[in-house]
Each structure stands twice: as C-alpha cells, then as structure tokens.
Write a protein that binds this ligand. Structure first.
Ligand SMILES: Cc1cc2nc3c(=O)[nH]c(=O)nc-3n(C[C@H](O)[C@H](O)[C@H](O)COP(=O)(O)OP(=O)(O)OC[C@H]3O[C@@H](n4cnc5c(N)ncnc54)[C@H](O)[C@@H]3O)c2cc1C
Length: 386
C-alpha cells in the first residue's frame, strides 16, 4: 500500500475494485464491438449513455437522494479510466456529463433546482452539456461575448458557445453568459437552459481528429428567454463557479488520460510479445523494453497524481494545484505513451486495424480540453506564488 501524504491510500478497496470491474465489463460488452464504426461515422451513441445511467455511472458524484450513485472521486477516476481504456471518446462524454453539467447544478443549484434536474441527469434520462468556451474566447473565457440581460423576471440570452460536448444531443445545458462588464471575473452568471426553449439551438457539429464518438457542437442563443428560476447561484458568480467546476473536471480529464495511456500500453506490450523480427519477439530488444518501461513508469506517476487529486477533492480541500498537475502531467503522458505505442507497432500502428492508431488521435484532446497544458502550467505557477 502506497501512502505519500494527505488523505491518501492508493489501493482501491473491494467495493471500488468491483465498480472499476463493472465499468470495464460494460466497456468490453457494449462499447468495444462498435469502436471503429462509431469513430468512422462520428456517431454519438446515446443509448450507451442511457445504459451507463442505469448503472449509476452518469450520476457518479450525485448523492442518492437526488437519484445518483453517491460515490466519490476515487470511484469516478476508476470508472472514467476503465471506459477510456476501451474508447476514450465515450470516457470524454461520461466525464463532461458528470463533472461539468451535472456537478455544476449539484454544487451551485438551490434545493429546488437540484430536485428538478439532478434525478434526470444522474440516470441519463437527460444528457447534459456545459458551455463556457466561445469562438473568440477559449483559454481566456473572461472575455466572452454571449450576454444575458435581465428583463423583468426573465433573462434574455444572445450569442454562441463553441466546442460544446453534447451541444446537439444534450437535453439540458449549463451556460455561462456575461451579465456585467467584459473581462470582469464577477461579470458572468450561470444559467440552466433546457432543449426546446425558443431561441436555443445547436449549430455546426465539429469534424474532429479524435474523440469522434463524443459529439461536439456550437450552441446558439437568439433572444432566448429563460426564467430567473434557471439562474444558478448569485448574479456575477458564474465564472468563479466555473473555475471551481474545472478543478473537479480536470481530475476527470486526468482519469481519461490514464485510460488512453493504459489502453495504448496494454496493446503495445501484447504486440511486443507477439511480433517477431530477426528471429525473436521484438520485446526481446532492449530498445523496445526500455520504451515499455518508460511508458509504465510515467503512467504510474500520472496515476498517483490523479488519485492524489481525487483524495484531496474527496476531503473537501482546495485542489486547484493538484488537479492541474494531474491533468497536465497525465494528459502529456497519454500522448507520449500513445506515440510510443504506435512506434512499437511499426507500420501496423499506422493503420486502423490496430487500436493504437485511435489512441494516438484521441489523446490530443486531453492536452487541450478543460484548459490546455500551457494553461495548467499557468495555474500551477500561480498557486505557487500565492
Ligand atoms: C473535443 C472538445 C470538447 C470540448 N468540450 C467543451 C465543453 O463541453 N464545454 C466548453 O465550454 N468547452 C469545451 N471545449 C473547449 C476547450 O476547453 C477549449 O478548446 C480549450 O480551453 C482551449 O481553448 P481554445 O481552443 O480557444 O484555444 P486558445 O485559447 O485559442 O489557445 C491556443 C493556443 O494558445 C495557448 N495559449 C493561450 N493563452 C495562453 C497563455 N496565456 N499563455 C500561454 N499559452 C497560451 C494555448 O495553450 C494553445 O496552445 C472542448 C474542446 C474540444 C476540442
């Protein structure tokens, strides 16, 4: 058992192992047979998320009183990792639904709002989306142009969000809009908007390099009216809330990265024992063995950082630095491991006949989504100076 510091115990207990196993079994049975078909057609398989909802995996962090599984971040990391080990794009969608949309309502919604939306989200009766990014404002979300103007008891939203996971298939979205001065971190507010609300629609679907079974689209607001009852928390707190949501969300992207790296490493190790050149398995060559050793070591280090962040989050302590470190390191490791896995497969790794080609494409999102690696380093350095 590894104990390093603060609230940590890195061996999954029996229940956590069972949860991880059931996620792994689910991925083998319902996801693996369709990976390339969904990837090629960019199919977002809604029915898979409904099934995951039946298993509690779409409301992992939601307490049972609101229809969720009432689990913590350790279980959450294990679930995302096991799903992503098979298909990272399904892992990405599970992560976005759980830790962005659903968790925003759980953390900042009032009792009435939690009762209204969480049971539907936690069971995946409804799929959730979360909109912060815009065309002109990604890393610097404070400069957003989407506005919400108060008119009587209603808010009127105008503008567009970009790169939104489940922007089209989502039944409900948490959206951050500007209610004050541009650039003011207290000038934005969060709202819940249901599909079908007049003036709310999905725009273009992105044609992506990887994560192709996870739907990514624009969200458009044209004189979209919503009641004040759909506002999450105080006016002006939306951006601050979002930063807190991303503290947790980044743990899920770290977990996603662990899944990518584990899937790629497992495939490369197996192949290194099967593929023969110069009369012996390529795994006999030290050059290949050293690659595998580096991949395994970096993956373990990434896993430790990720579970540390999960343990700190579970303890209710501030996790900004640790979640950024986990996300930054694990995502970069996922790309290094996927790259080396393709190398170990040689020419076959460059084809769609083997899984490493897809891990190589999928991994790149991990260093970009929920804050790029450069932004994680800015966050880490900022916390060092405070
Ligand atoms: C598949 C996918 C799904 C997504 N899902 C969602 C979602 O559900 N909801 C949502 O709101 N957003 C979502 N996003 C958006 C994502 O969070 C942004 O793409 C990301 O934050 C980066 O923003 P950007 O793409 O505008 O890049 P930019 O901010 O334009 O960055 C471009 C480059 O400049 C660098 N850079 C920027 N500022 C600095 C700086 N100060 N110092 C050093 N380097 C800097 C960046 O690191 C990057 O390398 C998704 C994106 C993708 C690709």
């Amino acid at each position: 058992m590894i104990k390093i510091q603060r609230d940590m115990d890195f061996e999954l207990n029996e229940t956590q192992q069972m949860i991880a196993q059931s996620a792994a079994d689910f991925a083998e049975q319902y996801i693996r047979p369709h990976i390339m078909e969904w990837d090629e057609a960019q199919t977002f398989p809604v029915h898979v998320f409904k099934k995951l909802g039946e298993m509690g995996m779409m409301g992992v962090l939601v307490p049972e009183e609101y229809g969720g599984a009432g689990m913590g971040y350790i279980e959450y990391i294990a679930i995302i990792k096991e799903i992503a080990r098979v298909d990272p794009s399904i892992g990405l969608s599970v992560a976005a639904h759980n830790s962005l949309c659903t968790n925003h309502i759980f953390m900042f919604g009032n009792e009435e709002q939690k009762k209204r939306w969480l049971p539907k989200l936690a069971t995946a009766e409804w799929i959730g989306a979360w909109g912060l990014t815009e065309v002109g404002t990604g890393s610097d979300a404070r400069g957003m142009n989407t506005t919400a103007e108060k008119q009587g008891d209603e808010w009127v939203l105008n503008g567009a969000k970009n790169f939104i996971t489940h922007g089209k298939s989502g039944d409900v979205a948490v959206v951050i809009a500007r209610t004050g001065d541009k650039g003011d971190s207290h000038g934005m507010t969060a709202f819940v908007i249901e599909k079908g609300t007049p003036g709310f629609s999905a725009g273009r679907k992105e044609d992506k390099l990887g994560m192709r079974a996870s739907e990514t689209t624009e969200l458009i607001f044209e004189q979209c009216r919503i009641p004040d009852a759909n506002r999450l928390g105080e006016v002006g707190e939306g951006f601050i809330q979002s930063m807190k949501i991303l503290d947790g969300g980044r743990i899920s992207i770290a977990a996603l990265s662990l899944g990518v790296a584990t899937g790629a490493l497992d495939a490369a190790l197996k192949y290194s024992e099967e593929r023969r050149q110069f009369g012996r398995p390529i795994g006999d060559f030290q050059a290949i063995g050293f690659k595998l050793a580096d991949m395994a070591t970096e993956l373990d280090a990434a896993e430790l950082l990720t579970y540390r962040a999960g343990a700190i989050k579970n303890a209710g302590k501030r996790v900004t630095r640790e979640s950024s470190m986990a996300k930054y390191y694990a995502s970069e490791v996922s790309c290094r491991v996927a790259n080396e896995a393709v190398q170990i497969f040689g020419g076959y790794g460059y084809t769609k006949d083997f899984p490493v080609e897809k891990f190589y494409r999928d991994c790149k999102l991990c260093t970009i989504g929920e804050g790029t690696s450069e932004i994680q380093k800015l966050v880490i350095h900022k916390t060092m100076r405070n």
